[in-house]
Ligand binder design. Structure first.
Ligand code: PLP
Length: 384
């Protein structure tokens, strides 16, 4: 394992676990390692911290604790929301989603298509925006669920999720939103939003990997996706990841505080980074709407260079960024998000995502702004 200093600009891929979260988790990895479903006190006592964590994550999104199902992360939550919509409405065989969703959604839908379900992927415009009239028109009597992400993990583009929820309500169709990129960046109020399902992942908000939640609105029918023991009120089988869940609860408390204090600072750093790059390097374009965007994300295309080359040279300086979604990087496939926005193959292949977080500093942004121009110049001179 490398110990060189890192400059981490990939917070949409994962985030550093907050020291407060580690502190909260440790007792449940060392002393209190029992199974909360046990009949004896040593295990049974863990039900209390588990429920306290449920209260905390519920409060982050203004849900009732009984509306929270703990899962293994965003992917499972998204799969579960789509699965339950189909399982509880067997007469409905159509799914409506967008072409720019995370692979947890898009690949699950592709799998369901192979199983005989019908899937409509809504296109997006060149700035990543959705046509809501088209969305409304695409809802069919046999549409089981509409699933639309709140913020795009690659470009940061935000969809008008309240309006989409209202359209779905007026059409009496279930609505799920992948809100994995939202906590600590924007406020989530499920009571106001009116979605039936909402997915979150703990490792995107400074807690551990392998834990997440699915919000299921009260009185919405639910069929479990992971079937086994009777945990989570029979809604998700499997012994609970107690330490992970406790850490998620602590991270939810911290996220509320960061939302109040940190967001303005992160937006200012992101803007400093973006304007700095645009000023110092020619042939750079911002991908996606600039306004309706997460405050921490900047997705930029560098003309005449491949993202892989940039990432390798940044890595030599200890700078972490990504091209497209982290889950698909390592393959040379261009980002499906940028392609859906109508970017050329060359533009998609030359795109880098910088995503900032609470631990980034101005000094780190300045370091990146110093390192990047010679890297781009070097790569461009090689490709001539
Ligand atoms: N949805 C979005 C928008 C994401 O960014 C991610 C993670 O990259 C996921 C879903 C999947 O979450 P997890 O890694 O917890 O399975």
């Amino acid at each position: 394992m490398s110990q060189q200093p890192i400059y981490y600009f990939d917070n949409n891929a994962t985030t550093r676990i907050a020291p407060e979260v580690v502190d909260a988790m440790l007792p449940f990895l060392s002393e209190f390692w029992g199974n909360p479903s046990s009949v004896y006190g040593f295990g049974k006592q863990l039900a209390k911290p588990l429920e306290a964590a449920r209260d905390k994550v519920a409060s982050l999104i203004n849900a009732d604790p009984c509306e929270i199902i703990f899962t293994s992360g965003g992917t499972e939550s998204i799969n579960s929301a789509i699965h339950t919509a189909l399982a509880t409405q067997p007469q409905k065989r159509h799914l409506l989603t967008t072409a720019v969703e995370h692979s947890a959604n898009i690949k699950f839908c592709a799998h369901l298509k192979k199983m005989g379900f019908e899937v409509t992927l809504l296109p997006v415009e060149s700035d990543g925006a959705l046509d809501l009239q088209l969305l409304e028109k695409s809802i069919r009597p046999d549409t089981a669920i509409v699933s639309v992400m709140w913020a795009n993990n690659e470009t940061g583009v935000l969809f008008p999720i309240e309006e989409i929820a209202a359209i779905c309500r007026s059409k009496h169709v279930l609505f799920h939103t992948d809100a994995v990129q939202i906590p600590a960046k924007l406020k989530i109020d499920v009571k106001h939003l009116g979605a039936d399902f909402l997915s979150l992942s703990a490792h995107k908000l400074h807690a551990a990997k392998g834990v997440g939640l699915l919000y299921v609105k009260r009185r919405v029918k639910y069929q479990p996706y992971v079937i086994g023991g009777g945990q989570e009120q029979g809604r998700r089988g499997g012994t609970e990841n107690v330490a992970g869940i406790v850490g998620f609860g602590r991270a939810a408390e911290l996220a509320t505080a960061h939302l109040k204090n940190g967001n303005i600072r992160i937006r200012a750093l992101r803007d400093q980074l973006e304007t700095g790059i645009l000023k110092s390097i020619d042939g750079v374009a911002v991908n996606g709407a600039r306004d309706a965007r997460l405050p921490n994300t900047s997705n930029l295309s560098f003309e005449g260079v491949e993202a892989e080359g940039i990432l390798l040279l940044l890595d030599e300086q200890g700078i972490c960024a990504s091209s497209g979604s982290a889950c698909t990087s390592g393959s040379l496939d261009p980002s499906h998000v940028l392609m859906a926005m109508g970017c050329s193959l060359a533009r998609a292949r030359g795109s880098i995502r910088f995503s900032l977080g609470i631990y980034n500093t101005e000094a780190e942004v300045n370091f990146l702004l110093k390192q990047l121009p010679p890297i781009i110049a070097k790569l461009r001179s090689h490709s001539r």
